[in-house]
Design a protein around this ligand. Structure first.
Ligand code: ZN
Length: 432
C-alpha cells in the first residue's frame, strides 16, 4: 500500500488556517463513514442554545487535534531530537484523529442517563467490524490495537499518550481555541504557535523549554476562564438538564411499556441499554432532534413539555442556594408537589466544578492509571521541574475551584400558583 499521498490534501480551517494530510492512512480514515458521522455531532452539545455560534462539529475538532499533533511531531523531526521515537508518528496521528470518534449525540447528557462511555465506544469502533478498522488493519494486524491503546492511555510509550492526553495536550489546545472562536469569546485564546515551538521530547515525555513558561501560564488561564464562562455556563447547564430529563422520561416510559406514537428502531437499543456498534453509529444529533420534534405530539404530557422546552428554548430558570440541606430541599419538593408539579423532573440541583490544573490529579476510576501527566519545565539541558513550583500564577489556580449550588426549575407553573405558596418559598424563588 502507498504510505504517502502523491499530492498532499488540505482542509481550510478557521483555527489552524490549513490542515495538511500527507498520509494515505489518514486520508482514508477521514473518508470512512464512522469519521464522517462526526460532522453530525456538535462539539459543544447543547451550548448553541447559549452561544448561537457554537454549531461546530466534532469533525472539525478531530481534524484540529490531528493537525496540532502533526505540527508537534514535525517540529521534533525537523530538529532531529533523538528523544522522539520516529516510528511512532503514524500511530500518534491516527490516535489524535480518532480520539473522539465514539462520541454520541449530546454526549455528556446521554452518557449520564444511559451510563455509556464514549471512550469505550471509540475502542469498539476501532476494533470491531467497521470501515475504520479495515483502514487501520491495512497498516498491520495489530495496528487497531495500538491506536486503541494510545486512546486508552495504556500504550507502552507514555510520550505518545501525552501528545493527546496530558495537562497540555493537542486535544485541549484545539478545543479551547476552537470553542472560543465559535462561541465568540476571547477568553480561550493563547499563543499556540509559541507553545508548539517550545515543546521538547525529553526522556520519554514531552516537556516545555523554560522560556515558554509564560505562554503556558496564558494557556492555563484561558482554560480556567473557558470552564467558568463557557463550559459551565448556567444556561447551558439548564439545557443539559432538560436533555437528560427527556432521555430519562423516554426510558422510563419505554421500560414501563408505554406505546410511543413515534419510536425509530435505532433508538430502541439505547433505551434498552443493549446497543451494538452498528446501532450506536446510527445515532446522531439530527436523528435525536427529529425524534424530539415528533415527540411534541406524544400523549405523555411531561415528555411533550420537555421536548418543547428543549426545541423552543424554554429552559429552566435557576436560583443559587448556598447550603442545599435536606430539610430545605424536602420543603421545596413538597411545595412543588402541592401545586401539581413533579419534583422528580421539575427540580434539579446542579454543582459544577472542575480542576483547571492539577499537578497530581487522582482519577475516580480505580485500578486504572488515568492521571493526566503534569506540565514539566526543562531548565538548561538536564533539569526538570513541575511548572506550579516555578509559577505563582499557576500555583494560584491549582487545585479545586468550587462553584455554587444552583437549583433549576420551570418558572411558569410556580408563577401561576404563586398565591398558594408560603412566603419563604416565594422569597427563595424571588416571586414576591
Ligand atoms: Zn477531543
Amino acid at each position: 500500500m502507498k504510505e504517502q499521498l502523491t499530492e498532499e490534501k488540505v482542509f481550510k480551517d478557521p483555527i489552524h488556517h490549513y490542515i495538511y494530510v500527507q498520509d494515505q492512512t489518514i486520508w482514508d480514515l477521514i473518508n470512512t463513514k464512522e469519521f464522517q458521522r462526526l460532522r453530525r455531532i456538535r462539539q459543544l452539545g447543547a451550548s448553541y442554545l447559549t452561544f448561537h455560534g457554537a454549531e461546530h462539529s466534532r469533525f472539525s475538532h478531530s481534524l484540529g487535534v490531528y493537525e496540532i499533533t502533526r505540527k508537534i511531531i514535525s517540529q521534533f523531526e525537523r530538529n532531529g531530537y533523538p528523544d522522539w521515537p520516529a516510528e511512532e508518528r503514524l500511530v500518534s496521528l491516527c490516535a489524535a484523529l480518532l480520539h473522539d470518534v465514539g462520541h454520541g449525540p449530546f454526549s455528556h447528557s446521554l452518557e449520564e442517563v444511559f451510563d455509556t462511555d464514549h471512550e469505550e465506544w471509540t475502542c469498539k469502533i476501532l476494533l470491531e467490524n467497521t470501515e475504520i478498522n479495515r483502514v487501520l488493519r491495512a497498516v498491520s494486524d495489530d495496528f487497531p490495537n495500538q491506536v486503541a491503546a494510545v486512546i486508552q492511555k495504556t500504550y507502552p510509550k507514555p510520550i505518545v499518550v501525552s501528545l493527546i492526553s496530558s495537562q497540555m495536550d493537542a486535544d485541549r489546545m484545539d478545543y479551547l481555541l476552537r470553542d472560543a472562536y465559535f462561541t465568540g469569546v476571547n477568553y480561550g485564546t493563547f499563543d499556540l504557535e509559541r507553545i508548539l515551538r517550545v515543546l521538547r521530547p525529553y526522556k520519554g515525555q514531552i516537556v516545555v523549554k523554560e522560556s515558554g513558561m509564560h505562554a503556558v501560564e496564558h494557556y492555563l488561564m484561558s482554560r480556567y476562564q473557558m470552564y467558568w464562562q463557557i463550559y459551565f455556563h448556567p444556561v447551558t447547564r439548564s439545557s443539559e438538564i432538560i436533555l437528560r430529563q427527556i432521555f430519562r422520561r423516554a426510558q422510563e416510559l419505554y421500560v414501563g411499556g408505554y406505546s410511543f406514537e413515534w419510536m425509530p428502531n435505532s433508538l430502541k437499543g439505547l433505551l434498552h441499554n443493549t446497543m451494538t456498534v452498528h446501532d450506536y453509529l446510527k445515532l446522531d444529533e439530527a436523528l435525536v432532534q427529529t425524534v424530539f420534534t415528533q415527540w411534541l405530539d406524544e400523549r405523555d404530557s411531561l415528555l411533550r413539555n420537555l421536548c418543547d422546552r428543549f426545541l423552543n428554548r424554554r429552559l429552566y430558570k435557576y436560583i443559587t442556594i448556598d447550603n442545599p440541606d435536606e430539610t430545605l430541599l424536602n420543603e421545596i419538593s413538597d411545595c412543588l408537589s402541592s401545586i401539581g408539579m413533579n419534583p422528580d423532573y421539575h427540580m434539579e440541583i446542579d454543582f459544577p466544578f472542575d480542576l483547571p490544573y492539577d499537578v497530581y490529579r487522582p482519577d475516580k476510576k480505580e485500578g486504572e492509571n488515568k492521571e493526566k501527566a503534569p506540565i514539566l519545565l526543562l531548565h538548561g539541558k538536564d533539569e526538570i521541574s513541575e511548572i506550579s513550583a516555578k509559577s505563582d500564577i499557576i500555583r494560584s489556580i491549582t487545585g479545586l475551584h468550587q462553584g455554587r449550588y444552583h437549583l433549576y426549575y420551570p418558572e411558569e407553573p410556580l408563577r401561576e400558583s404563586v398565591h398558594l405558596l408560603p412566603d419563604r418559598i416565594k422569597k427563595l424563588f424571588k416571586l414576591d
